[in-house]
Design a protein around this ligand. Structure first.
Ligand SMILES: O=c1ccn([C@@H]2O[C@H](COP(=O)(O)O)[C@@H](O)[C@H]2O)c(=O)[nH]1
Length: 232
């Protein structure tokens, strides 16, 4: 991983035709691309293979959460697409996490396997409603510890928890942070947020940014402006 964070653009488009105009203007050395549930459901594995063939690092953000055998086989199928990173929910538990790691053990180009801790859209109140009374930061750390001891490469967390995770899990354990909002950008449904320069100052490895880029009048200019803000 480089000193500057990798900017991973969340391609949250309804279909491939809507996504290509932006992708066609991007260079693989400038950003990674995230394909999530909406676009994958619509565009499918061939779309992912095409991004990989064009040289992009692809984060397949399908957040698998199921019984261990099902997650093992799903992670294996994702790895065979040649993606750079794939994820599962840490709350699926240790056996599920270990199954996800085992799935990529003998894959030729092994992807990073990371675990979602607490969604960046969630507050303490949201957690309490699903029976988790710990503060988000506390629960994120518990799940990060579980993911690390199960052999995962890192976690999805908010930038607000990134420093504590580095302290607890050490360097080399990836922190992939959505909920990144340039100053003045619409928060939308995100709740635990941080600006790109603040997140970069924490040494976060991957910043996931969607709408502030994809819904900008000029998405490429928005990406360049964010990258420029990291140099200051
Ligand atoms: O905790 C999480 C896990 C995943 N996401 C995904 O990241 C992007 C964020 O997009 P924005 O438009 O920048 O809000 C989106 O694809 C989510 O599915 C997340 O936000 N939080």
């Amino acid at each position: 991983m480089s000193q500057q964070p990798i900017i991973c653009i969340a391609l949250d488009y309804p279909d491939a035709a809507s996504a290509w105009p932006l992708i066609d203007q991007l260079e693989p050395q400038h950003c990674a691309l995230k394909v999530g549930k909406e676009l994958f459901t619509s565009a499918g594995p061939d779309f992912v293979r095409e991004l990989v063939a064009r040289g992009f690092k692809v984060f397949l953000d399908l957040k698998f959460h199921d019984i261990p055998t099902t997650v093992h086989n799903a992670v294996r199928a994702a790895a065979e697409l040649g993606v750079w990173m794939v994820n599962v929910h840490a709350s699926g538990g240790r056996r599920m996490l270990e199954a996800a790691v085992a799935a990529v053990a003998d894959v030729k180009q092994r992807p990073y396997v990371i675990a979602v801790t607490v969604l960046t859209s969630m507050t303490a109140e949201d957690l309490a409603e699903v029976g988790i009374t710990a503060a988000p930061a506390t629960h994120v750390l518990e799940l990060a510890k579980l993911a690390q001891t199960a052999g995962l490469d890192g976690v999805v967390c908010s930038a607000q928890e990134a420093a504590a995770i580095a302290q607890q899990c050490g360097a080399g354990f990836l922190r992939v942070t959505p909920g990144i909002r340039p100053a003045g950008a619409a928060q939308g449904d995100q709740r635990r947020i941080m600006t790109p320069p603040e997140a970069a100052a924490l040494g976060i490895e991957v910043l996931v940014i969607g709408r502030p880029i994809t819904q900008a009048a000029d998405p490429v200019a928005a990406l360049l402006e964010i990258k420029q803000s990291l140099m200051a």
